[in-house]
Write a protein that binds this ligand. Structure first.
Ligand code: C2E
Ligand code: CA
Ligand code: CA
Ligand code: CA
Length: 279
């Protein structure tokens, strides 16, 4: 037989064992990733639809491990969240992004914003706001140019506690963005209860723009609703001109996606800026 006579169940167990040991090894290696300098950030440009200028970049973490090579964040962030390792990693990411924002500003792109993904576990800590403030103090960050990307599932539980936390965060000067909008909670009541500034429409809806009429209606509705609530809108995962044209017509504020660029390391980002007008 094709599988050397092994049945489906045996193959399944083999696969689970394989995955289990990969996951366990990654968890072990992850513990040393910061001190071994294996983590780095890449930056994904965000463009103003009306002016076509780059107004912001999103920091995205990468892990290059000796044996396993480049491990995607979709694989190691969940491992880091489970083990608690995400907290030092998240602090490292935020600090590095603040430092790189200084570098970008010093290069003359002084209006550029930095968008930073926040980990669920880090956000849920009581000392979250203090740890953010400590990083801002340490890096002397210009907090008016920083956006935090949160997801619906992070802010929905303990809504009361969350409001306080978000208000405190906003007092530090940052703007707040809801990431992956449309994929989480069905309740929209939080949108005006929380001090939010920006909605980022999940890329699954943007993917569907070229082929699904329903996705067009959903994106249209999200943009209209967001503007009524005085929120700016980012569309993520824009890969072609057709999607851009649709979003332009619908008065979407900002776009992000491979149509503009892939996420870039800081030095490549700076040379990309020289070929594209920035804010
Ligand atoms: P996310 O925050 O929703 O990030 C968007 C993901 O979509 C990124 O993948 C980005 O590279 C990808 N993307 C952007 N535009 C396009 C496009 O046009 N086409 C396609 N196919 N993909 C596009 P990435 O970097 O692999 O990150 C995956 C997820 O891992 C992120 O989703 C976020 O949840 C998490 N993550 C990444 N970096 C960080 C970080 O620094 N901190 C935290 N806490 N989470 C992070
Ligand atoms: Ca994000
Ligand atoms: Ca997203
Ligand atoms: Ca996502």
């Amino acid at each position: 037989a094709k599988n050397g006579g092994r049945n489906q169940l045996e193959l399944y167990h083999e696969k689970m064992h394989h995955n289990g040991s990969r996951q366990m090894k990654l968890a072990t290696f992850l513990r040393k990733a910061i001190e071994k300098n294996e983590l780095f950030l890449v930056y994904h440009p965000i463009v103003d639809v009306q002016t076509n200028k780059i107004i912001s970049v999103e920091a995205l973490v990468r892990w290059k491990q000796d044996q396993f090579g480049l491990i995607p964040p979709s694989e190691f962030i969940p491992i880091a969240e489970e083990s608690g390792l995400i907290i030092p990693i998240s602090e490292w990411i935020i600090q590095k992004a603040c430092e790189d924002l200084q570098t970008i500003h010093l290069q003359g792109y002084s209006n550029l914003r930095m968008s930073i993904n926040i980990s669920a576990l880090h956000f849920s800590q009581e000392y979250f706001v203090k740890s953010i403030n400590d990083i801002f103090q340490k890096t002397n960050a210009n907090t008016n140019y920083i956006d935090f990307e949160l997801t619906e599932s992070m802010i929905m539980p303990n809504a009361h506690e969350t409001v306080n936390k978000l208000v405190k965060l906003k007092k530090l000067g940052v703007k707040l963005l809801i990431d992956d909008f449309g994929t989480g909670y069905s309740s929209l009541s939080y949108l005006n209860r929380f001090p939010l500034d920006i909605l980022k429409i999940d890329q699954s809806f943007i993917n569907g723009l070229s082929s699904y009429e329903d996705d067009c209606s959903i994106v249209e509705a999200i943009i209209t609703m967001a503007h009524r609530l005085h929120l700016k809108v980012v569309a993520e995962g824009v890969e072609n001109k057709k999607q851009l044209n649709f979003l332009q017509n619908e008065k979407c504020d900002y776009i992000q996606g491979y149509y503009i660029s892939k996420p870039l390391p800081i030095h490549e980002l700076l040379s990309f800026f020289t070929s594209w007008e920035t804010e």
